[in-house]
Design a protein around this ligand. Structure first.
Ligand SMILES: Cc1cc2nc3c(=O)[nH]c(=O)nc-3n(C[C@H](O)[C@H](O)[C@H](O)COP(=O)(O)OP(=O)(O)OC[C@H]3O[C@@H](n4cnc5c(N)ncnc54)[C@H](O)[C@@H]3O)c2cc1C
Ligand SMILES: *[C@@H]1O[C@H](CO)[C@@H](O)[C@H](O)[C@H]1NC(C)=O
Ligand SMILES: *[C@@H]1O[C@H](CO)[C@@H](O)[C@H](O)[C@H]1NC(C)=O
Ligand SMILES: *[C@@H]1O[C@H](CO)[C@@H](O)[C@H](O)[C@H]1NC(C)=O
Ligand SMILES: *[C@@H]1O[C@H](CO)[C@@H](O)[C@H](O)[C@H]1NC(C)=O
Ligand SMILES: *[C@@H]1O[C@H](CO)[C@@H](O)[C@H](O)[C@H]1NC(C)=O
Ligand SMILES: *[C@@H]1O[C@H](CO)[C@@H](O)[C@H](O)[C@H]1NC(C)=O
Ligand SMILES: *[C@@H]1O[C@H](CO)[C@@H](O)[C@H](O)[C@H]1NC(C)=O
Ligand SMILES: *[C@@H]1O[C@H](CO)[C@@H](O)[C@H](O)[C@H]1NC(C)=O
Length: 595
């Protein structure tokens, strides 16, 4: 659909791209005042520094024609798209039906050039509608998109953004909860076309590791890698997130990347062997334990879109093993009993991680519901896993808690992953936050933690939980090889908080939701679990003291690295190392440095 829509745009719009061309202004910073302060801003359409048509055409030629003016996915449902380059007639019944049907589906949105799956940060100014005379504007979707298919395309995009001081965004699958893959007025480089996958039985590159490995292009998604690994003889697995559609060489390793194998192997970042990247100077580099080893460390959990654009990643792979999954569903009207059940469940978090058990659960979604699906025993028989969970079930029985449960053993972990994890949707709007509870907190303060859960639900937030410990199976000597917060090695129970709020809600409502997330909901969890940490891919970027919350003792080294590899801020993602002076002023639009 994307390309057909783009073709609706006539030459008039493209001419408008050059309307403000001014050769001697190019690359300049733009001075602005906002809320009484002075800022130096990136260059945006309408500023004198914005590149002219000649420059855009030259870029497009270098890109072999892969530059497009962006149009929001919902535009075919509207008569008129009032874009920043002018008005375009966009209504198309068939395409509107298509986007209406696809908007709630992850893979549909992933395939679009610049969509954000969680729409809050697109500003939701053009959702699919049945009323074509409504207003459709670009919101915070990008102005232009490069669909990169070669390393040269990414280099050209980075160089062009750097030379012209444009807001640059790297977009892979668009899963980002924090809005880091969309942005007002930006130029996007889409990496989804980098789909190559290869395997080796004996890694011979740097790092002293000689076992099996996978090498993937920047756009590869977990399910594709897992399917192909499973087809090998004998089948292999790798660390991915619990969600098969998330990319495995974009934001995931740069944030860390936890999943059902994290107890056994650590984060995806812990399994990294090498990255091929393009740094802010436009140079293609190899980063591993020998070459650019500081960069290699930073790319392993030090923050997405911070040090470089990944074009290819190599990871360790592992033998697959028979595995067992258990589900547990509790739905109780009696509030006292419900919280007794939640307290019992939460109290066993340390027991689970001390036995290498991973758990994915949802709390408070659809009512007084605790939906635990699945409890994963990698390499465990049904009898072994049941023995580990038995004390929990005995306690639930003693309390008189009604529940449904099932146990299923699979020939491989892969079969369990495909069989027990529910598919997730796209297109909803919410603010997300989160906090990771440490083992010491569970041991000391389960009651206080459950009180915090009550505060979270009472203040209109939902919760998604993941029980894992990133230090259980990974040898201690490996821990410091990734830049992730060392506190995750003592983690027990990781929560995502979700406050639904419309992307086009009145500004006061948005501010109130953000306040609630930061100062009520996430703050309650932090107070109850002081030994915890925040996970940069699933957290509130405005959490106070984010440097400490996201990276702990690793932060000073990451800040130095950022100054070395991207001193000018060619890349930017909110609350990543070195961005303390940066702000998106004017209601989350212009990216600027505070002077
Ligand atoms: C339904 C769902 C389930 C999830 N489950 C898990 C989970 O189990 N475990 C977990 O750890 N996380 C999970 N996440 C969070 C996930 O880690 C983040 O959303 C992550 O940022 C997605 O990365 P992406 O590259 O696929 O997405 P994108 O939104 O495209 O990119 C995310 C960030 O990475 C940057 N980026 C993307 N590609 C590159 C590149 N090639 N080079 C440099 N920067 C790049 C982007 O600029 C952006 O800042 C989940 C998210 C969702 C929506
Ligand atoms: C880039 O070139 C292609 C192929 O000629 C063209 O279809 C497209 O409209 C151009 N993009 C821009 C922004 O001019
Ligand atoms: C675009 O359309 C809107 C709504 O009809 C109108 O108000 C606006 O003036 C138009 N803009 C341009 C540049 O034609
Ligand atoms: C939308 O259109 C594309 C291209 O024609 C098609 O492949 C896809 O299945 C359609 N999706 C939906 C949800 O209708
Ligand atoms: C973003 O949405 C808010 C309402 O939530 C609106 O006031 C603002 O004008 C929108 N900005 C853009 C650029 O879409
Ligand atoms: C709710 O559950 C509690 C704890 O089991 C019990 O004491 C109480 O009687 C129950 N209330 C009702 C209305 O059933
Ligand atoms: C309780 O918390 C403190 C401080 O975080 C910690 O030192 C202590 O070990 C914890 N107690 C237990 C039993 O884990
Ligand atoms: C336990 O949690 C409560 C919040 O419910 C918090 O006030 C208290 O400080 C926590 N205690 C410890 C030891 O962390
Ligand atoms: C938020 O939670 C606190 C603590 O449970 C509660 O006192 C307060 O009323 C809640 N606020 C709202 C708006 O629900």
């Amino acid at each position: 659909m994307g390309s057909r829509l783009f073709n609706l745009l006539g030459g008039g719009l493209l001419l408008a791209l050059g309307a403000t061309a001014s050769q001697n202004e190019r690359g300049k910073w733009v001075h602005r005042k906002w809320a009484g302060a002075d800022y130096s801003c990136k260059c945006y359409l309408g500023d004198a520094c914005w590149p002219g048509k000649q420059q855009w055409d030259a870029l497009n030629a270098t890109l072999t024609g892969n530059l497009r003016v962006d149009v929001p996915p919902g535009a075919p449902c509207y008569n008129l798209f009032q874009g920043p380059l002018g008005n375009v007639t966009t209504y198309n019944a068939a395409q509107c039906a298509n986007v209406t049907a696809g908007f709630g589906t992850e893979q549909y949105q992933i395939e679009l050039p610049a969509a954000g799956l969680w729409t809050y940060f697109t500003n939701d100014t053009c959702r699919p509608t049945t009323n074509p005379s409504d207003t459709c504007t670009l919101g915070y979707y990008p102005v232009l998109v490069i669909t990169a298919t070669t390393v040269g395309h990414i280099q050209a995009g980075i160089n062009f953004a750097r030379e012209n001081n444009l807001r640059l965004i790297i977009r892979n699958t668009g899963h980002d909860f924090l809005g880091r893959s969309v942005g007002w007025g930006s130029l996007v480089i889409n990496t989804h076309s980098f789909q190559q996958i290869s395997f080796t039985d004996s890694w011979s590159g740097a790092g002293g590791y000689a076992g099996s490995a996978i090498t993937v292009g920047a756009g590869v998604q977990a399910f594709d890698a897992l399917n192909k690994l499973n087809a090998l003889t004998p089948p292999k697995v790798m660390v991915t997130g619990e969600c098969g559609t998330v990319g495995i060489a974009g934001g995931l390793p740069q944030g860390g990347g936890h999943g059902p194998l994290t107890n056994q192997q650590g984060f995806l970042a812990d399994t990294a062997l090498e990255f091929k990247v393009i740094t802010a100077d436009g140079v293609l580099r190899t980063a591993n334990e020998k070459t650019s080893s500081d960069l290699f460390w930073g790319l392993r959990g030090g923050g997405p879109a911070t040090f470089a654009v990944i074009v290819e990643a190599s990871y360790k792979t592992f033998a697959d093993v028979p595995s067992t999954g258990i589900t547990l569903n509790i739905n109780i009207a009696n509030t006292t009993l419900f919280w007794q059940a939640v307290t019992a469940f939460t109290g066993y978090s340390n027991r689970f991680v001390d036995n290498g058990i991973y758990v994915y659960y949802e709390l408070g979604i659809g009512g007084q519901i605790l939906n635990v699906q699945p409890i994963v025993g990698v390499g465990k028989t049904a009898a072994q896993l049941q023995a580990i969970v038995k004390p929990l079930f005995s306690e639930l029985d003693a309390l008189g808690v009604p529940y449904q449960t099932s146990t299923k053993t699979f020939a491989t972990f892969y079969d369990l992953y495909m069989g027990l994890f529910a598919t997730e949707g796209a297109g909803s709007s919410a603010l997300t936050g989160g906090w990771t509870i440490g083992k010491a907190d569970i041991a000391n303060n389960t009651t206080g933690i459950v009180e915090a859960f009550k505060t979270v639900l009472a203040n209109g937030s939902l919760m998604v939980g993941h029980i894992w410990n990133a230090g259980y199976g990974l040898p201690r000597s490996e821990w410091s090889k990734s830049a992730v917060n060392p506190r995750f090695r003592a983690a027990s129970n990781k929560l995502i908080t979700v406050i639904p709020v419309d992307g086009n809600a009145p500004l006061a409502d948005k501010a109130a939701a953000q306040y609630k997330l930061t100062y009520v909901v996430d703050n309650a969890l932090k107070q109850a679990a002081p030994s915890g940490a925040a996970y940069v891919n699933e957290a509130d970027p405005f959490i106070p003291n984010w440097q400490e919350a996201f990276w702990g003792t690793n932060y000073p080294a990451l800040l130095k690295l950022r100054k070395k590899w991207d001193p000018a801020g060619v890349f930017y993602a909110v609350s990543t190392p070195g961005t303390e002076d940066w702000e998106q002023i004017e209601y989350g639009t212009r990216l600027c440095k505070r002077l």
